[in-house]
Design a protein around this ligand. Structure first.
Ligand code: SF4
Length: 342
């Protein structure tokens, strides 16, 4: 068992089952997440026999770093998991701290047309310890403090719902990494039942929805999931989330030249949002090698932005992160596997 996959409550249960006092749990969690110990024999302030028991029952295994690519504002990591599966994480250095974008699955079944990751079918879900491990590796081995975590790498987090929820409980625990809900963002391509379920847990982080088109015709072409959960149903689920949590929902909108970037589509998007508490994030498309999409021109992005602004929609334009380091999700893995096969 990997201890990085254990919630605080599970750790307390383990102690109880071993006839130990639950008052030991804070020392173990603090040892793991604050002191970042390398061996469970080093947990501070508990007796040797319990430390030995922990060390024999649990592993502290982390993903293995296969490749690191440094850019100006991003660092891209390719990790190998214990079964040899490859996943990616991207560190983004921002004015307010380091954000880490992590993967939630090996591959992805959602098949979004503009996404390199969608070309690798899902092999399996990541376990809670493999989700936590991506953060711990960066903090422990590279001595970088992570202040924000974004589940926007390879995979659809809500297609791995239970493990992702367990992971959120681990990283937000005050005795652990203590990441507050405003410092965690879960991004989904639009799995409506899971959005509705997630809306019942206001403490578990912000919600982002990869919308990318305001109408069913365009969205279904870009994202097959739209055929199962069309735009109106998706927006209704997002509204439920806003009402239940009292937090804004982010709408991610990747700008694709001549596909979804017409001012008419901006107006449609504004009408769809109305007066509700959404935040639109316009993202310049990160052009990958083998996909037939082009990044919208700056003029078209600005025109789109202006329409939203005129309609009093909260909108930002994301800086293009990581084009120099193959940071479009799935791209590093694709390049690495190509190199291995040549
Ligand atoms: S954009 Fe996200 S959900 Fe869509 S295929 Fe890529 S990884 Fe999967």
């Amino acid at each position: 068992m990997n201890i990085y996959g254990f919630t605080y409550a599970q750790l307390e249960e383990y102690l109880r089952q071993h006839g130990e006092k639950v008052s030991k749990a804070p020392f173990i969690y603090q040892g793991l997440y604050k002191k970042q110990i390398d061996s469970l024999l080093d947990v501070p302030d508990i007796r040797l026999s319990l430390r030995e028991q922990l060390a024999s029952d649990f592993s502290l295994a982390l993903p293995r770093l296969v490749q690191q690519t440094d850019g100006d504002d991003t660092v891209k990591f390719l990790f190998s998991l214990q079964d040899g599966s490859l996943i990616e994480a991207v560190l983004m250095r921002q004015a307010y701290g380091n954000s880490l974008c992590i993967s939630s699955q090996v591959g992805c079944n959602m098949a979004c047309a503009f996404c390199q990751s969608g070309r690798f079918k899902k092999v399996r879900n990541l376990q809670p310890a493999e989700l936590t491990g991506q953060i711990i590796y960066i903090q422990k081995r590279l001595h970088l403090a992570i202040s924000n975590v974004v589940l926007m790498g390879i995979g659809e987090p809500f297609d791995n719902y239970d493990n992702v929820m367990q992971f959120l409980e681990i990283i937000s625990h005050p005795r652990g990494l203590a990441l507050g809900a405003r410092h965690i963002t879960v991004s989904t391509c639009g799995l409506v039942p899971q959005i509705e379920q997630y809306a019942l847990h206001p403490s578990h982080g912000l919600l982002a929805i990869s919308l990318h088109a305001p109408d069913d015709e365009t969205r279904s072409r870009l994202m097959p999931i739209n055929r199962r959960y069309p735009v109106t149903q998706l927006m209704n689920a997002a509204r439920t989330c806003i009402q239940n949590t009292g937090k804004k929902v982010m709408l991610e909108y990747v700008m694709l030249q001549e596909i979804n970037d017409h001012p008419r589509q901006a107006q449609l998007l504004a009408d769809l949002i109305g007066a509700d508490d959404f935040h639109v994030n316009l993202i310049p498309y990160n052009e990958t090698q083998n996909l037939n999409f082009t990044q919208s021109s700056r003029e078209r992005i600005l025109a789109f932005y202006d329409v939203l602004k005129k309609n009093h929609i909260t909108v930002t334009m994301r800086r293009e992160f990581g084009s120099s380091v193959n940071a479009a999700c799935g791209q590093l893995r694709a390049d690495y596997e190509k190199q291995q096969n040549t």
